[in-house]
Design a protein around this ligand. Structure first.
Ligand code: PEP
Ligand code: MN
Length: 338
């Protein structure tokens, strides 16, 4: 249950309300949420306890969700939340296209991709400096050396940037160079990382773990929300199934399922979901048709030479074609592309 306290509730009265529940043996947490305080518990409150809270003069409303991930739940916030990243809003009518290379390899590669991505319709840039690679022999990203490039390209091109964070101790440092932090599939249940990004207020793109159910994914999001960071966007990037024809299996049904369960915006990454360049555009269209709030598309000036994920990155012309082809699909489902 979530007890939403009024904005003008004094700190003393907040402590009083929290203690009232704690004394009854209820495990309750006070969460700073935008400019309000929430008292959150996974336990059900008895009707007389709810009535008592409602009488205390500082309770705005009491929310009960059947979902264990209370703060992520649709009952808490009925309509899709808009998460602001720089001057871009994810979860609004306008679809958000995040484009850029899998890894940042050099200044020229990132800058060229960034300029083209902007011109062709992307509103957010992506690019990894710390790469979570399956093999330790594979390119691990430019690391700390790549950080100034993020800031430089953001400044020069004028698009906000999302980049992956692998370790809790890098959250503050990375936040200086980027506008949104990505938690990759391999780290979806890295709880210390989730808590660390939760303590910051930077927007977070939380990718679905490759073996995660939707419920586990929402509970991972709850770790971030419970620390008081409301700026969470979910990213469906395919899950592992028995099917080998694609790198992963894109769970498109997750989009309408999430719409029912959560207010968090949902973007889809057809690049990692399919692992194959020729499948990216059809699945991007399908994702938009199914109601996604945005797409994440890996793009590279010369995918054949890419240091990572070379089979799935689109070249810049292919990316431009994808955006063109998306236009009628977006229109058909009442979304704007530009
Ligand atoms: C990526 O975005 O480059 C990436 C590694 O994605 P995922 O965590 O979905 O595999
Ligand atoms: Mn990649």
């Amino acid at each position: 249950m979530i007890v939403v306290l009024r904005k003008d509730a004094s700190p003393e009265r907040i402590v009083e309300a929290r203690d009232l529940l704690s004394k009854k043996g209820i495990d309750v947490r006070a969460v700073a949420w935008n400019n309000q305080t929430l008292l959150v518990t996974h336990q059900e409150l008895a009707p007389e306890e709810v009535a008592e809270l409602e009488r205390n003069g500082i309770t705005e409303r009491v929310v009960n969700s059947t979902l264990r991930a209370q703060l992520a739940s649709k009952e808490f916030q009925g309509k899709t939340s808009e998460v602001r990243v720089g001057d871009v809003s994810i979860g609004a009518m306008k679809l958000v296209i995040i484009a850029g290379p899998c890894s940042i390899e050099s200044r020229t590669q990132f800058l060229e991709t960034a300029h083209a991505a902007k011109r062709l319709g992307a509103s957010l840039l992506r690019g990894g400096v710390y790469k979570p690679r399956t093999s330790p022999y594979d390119f691990q990203g430019l690391g700390d050396e790549g950080l100034p490039l993020l800031a430089e390209v953001r400044e020069e091109v004028g698009l906000p940037i999302v980049t992956e964070v692998l370790a809790p101790e890098k959250v503050d440092l990375l936040s200086k160079y980027t506008d949104m932090l990505q938690i990759g599939a391999r780290n979806m249940q890295n709880f210390s990382l989730l808590k660390a990004v939760g303590k910051s207020r930077i927007p977070v793109l939380l990718k679905r773990g490759m073996m995660a159910t939707i419920d586990e994914w929402l509970q991972a999001a709850e770790y971030i929300l419970l620390e008081g960071n409301p700026n969470v966007v979910l990213c469906e990037r395919g899950i592992r199934t028995f099917e080998k024809a694609t790198r992963n299996t894109l769970d498109l049904a997750a989009i309408p399922v999430l719409r029912k369960l959560t207010h968090l915006p949902v973007v889809v990454d057809p690049s990692h979901a399919t692992g194959s360049r020729d499948l990216v555009t059809p699945m991007a269209k399908a994702a938009v048709a199914a109601g996604a709030d945005g797409l994440m598309i890996e793009t590279h000036p010369n995918p054949e030479r890419a240091f990572s994920d070379s089979h799935q990155q689109l070249d810049l012309k292919e990316f431009g074609n994808l955006v063109e082809e998306l236009e009628p699909v977006a229109r058909a489902v009442g979304r704007l592309l530009r």
